[in-house]
Design a protein around this ligand. Structure first.
Ligand SMILES: CC(C)(COP(=O)(O)OP(=O)(O)OC[C@H]1O[C@@H](n2cnc3c(N)ncnc32)[C@H](O)[C@@H]1OP(=O)(O)O)[C@@H](O)C(=O)NCCC(=O)NCCS
Length: 139
């Protein structure tokens, strides 16, 4: 499902809490950065349980950022991440977007490459040791 409804936002935040905060130890204020209210959320469900999410934010006219991409551990490697990313791309296209940028954790860069993204600037190492790779896709 794709939209701005509060219920969808809450479902997305549940997945992000489990993956980024509980599993990866990312600080809560980085995961819940205050931008959720103006974002479009993509959430994949199994029954009523959310299992994967991505977030779309329009940065400036026709340029979007997709981020906070997360799939619950048991659902990984089954194409669920690709499914939510394709839904995010479709949404951006439907809004007239011409470019998507994102910051990939270096371990996930290959996942985005397979979706057509390419590195567009040097990687940036965070204090935590995670390297973020800026990537973009022209639509
Ligand atoms: C990264 C993530 C979103 C991928 O979701 P997924 O559902 O496991 O990915 P898919 O099953 O759709 O994989 C699609 C393709 O990408 C590849 N791929 C997925 N994750 C990969 C990774 N970390 N490294 C290399 N390749 C990867 C898969 O092998 C698959 O290749 P194939 O098409 O040849 O089979 C998921 O592993 C995840 O949530 N990880 C933890 C959170 C995270 O790191 N998020 C990214 C923040 S930038």
């Amino acid at each position: 499902m794709v939209g701005r409804a509060r219920t969808l936002r809450d479902a997305a935040r549940l997945v992000r809490r489990k993956v980024f905060v509980d599993e990866q130890g990312v600080p809560e204020d980085e995961v819940f950065d205050g931008a959720d209210g103006r974002a479009v959320h993509v959430v994949a469900f199994t029954g009523e349980e959310p299992l994967a999410t991505a977030r779309c934010l329009e940065l400036e006219s026709r340029i979007w950022r997709v981020g906070q991409v997360a799939v619950l551990e048991p659902a990984r490697g089954l194409g669920t991440g690709t499914l939510v990313m394709r839904a995010a791309l479709k949404h951006v296209v439907s809004c007239g977007g011409v470019e998507i940028v994102l910051a990939a954790q270096s371990g996930a860069a290959e996942f985005y490459r397979r979706l057509g993204f390419a590195q567009c600037a040097p990687g940036d190492a965070l204090e935590s040791g995670v390297v973020l790779v800026p990537m973009s896709l022209t639509l």
